[in-house]
Write a protein that binds this ligand. Structure first.
Ligand code: C5P
Length: 223
């Protein structure tokens, strides 16, 4: 539907987990499936947007009809995002690893027979959302972050919005009892400069469609 409200507009979406290598065969990861980011990219495409989809190793396939850029690590994701800009909107749905292994080895680590286990050291990864939110030049007009929290969801998400400098935060409660992480449904709170909007629990596809519509409204308002 190239004649939708987002026709001709470039939108960037990050999605999926990142993998941070320990050695050539082992890595640190997280449980993100990429489902919400994938649904969002498809919904934005359906509104006519030209979508660049920067994805870590997700367990769901990327949607058809978008420009897919596959990455493994947080640092690769940042580079891919910077290479894909400019965009009118950037939506950061990826579950980026906060830390990478600082003492990763180029060869497979071997047991040395001493019975001692290796110690991993960590280094902080770049914050892609904060980096793009705080760009002095060429910042997308709309920058949206996600916040997965297990308690005090609204307060933490509101603090996150201020700290990172993004326009909206889409917050959800990922405590195990909700079944949201890795599940098919989501219940989100949208925080923007106006305040907090609590959306009812619905399928991730429905969240994606409503979010895409809200993004289209924000980008076309006043034109
Ligand atoms: O700080 P936290 O990881 O909870 O923030 C989540 C939001 O920040 C998500 O939108 C995520 O995609 C983004 N993020 C990022 N780069 C990081 C960490 C988080 O873009 N290194």
């Amino acid at each position: 539907l190239s004649d939708g409200p987002l026709s001709g507009r470039h939108v960037l979406v990050t999605s999926g987990p990142t993998h941070e290598p320990i050695d050539p065969v082992r890595y640190i990861a997280n449980r993100s499936s990429g489902a919400q980011g994938t649904a969002l990219a498809a919904a934005l495409r359906d509104l006519g947007a030209r979508v660049t989809f920067v994805t870590g190793p997700a367990s769901v396939p990327p949607p058809p009809g978008v420009q897919v850029v596959r990455v493994e690590t947080a640092r690769e994701m940042l580079e891919a995002v910077q290479a894909a800009l400019p965009a009118e909107a950037a939506i950061f749905a990826a579950a980026v690893a906060d830390w990478r292994v600082a003492n990763a080895t180029g060869q497979k680590m071997k047991k040395d027979g001493s019975g001692r286990a290796p110690a991993l050291e960590f280094a902080e990864n770049p914050d892609i959302l904060a980096t793009v939110s705080q760009m002095a030049e060429g910042r997308p007009r709309l920058v949206v972050g996600f916040a997965a929290e297990t308690h005090d969801v609204e307060a933490h998400a509101s603090a996150k919005r201020a700290r990172k400098g993004c326009d909206w935060i889409v917050a959800n409660d990922v405590s195990p009892a909700t079944g949201i992480m890795g599940g098919t449904e989501n219940a989100v709170i949208i925080l923007d400069a106006q305040g907090a909007e609590h959306w009812p629990r619905m399928g991730k596809d429905a969240v994606a469609r409503q979010l895409a519509a809200r993004i289209a409204t924000a980008l076309t308002e006043g034109e």
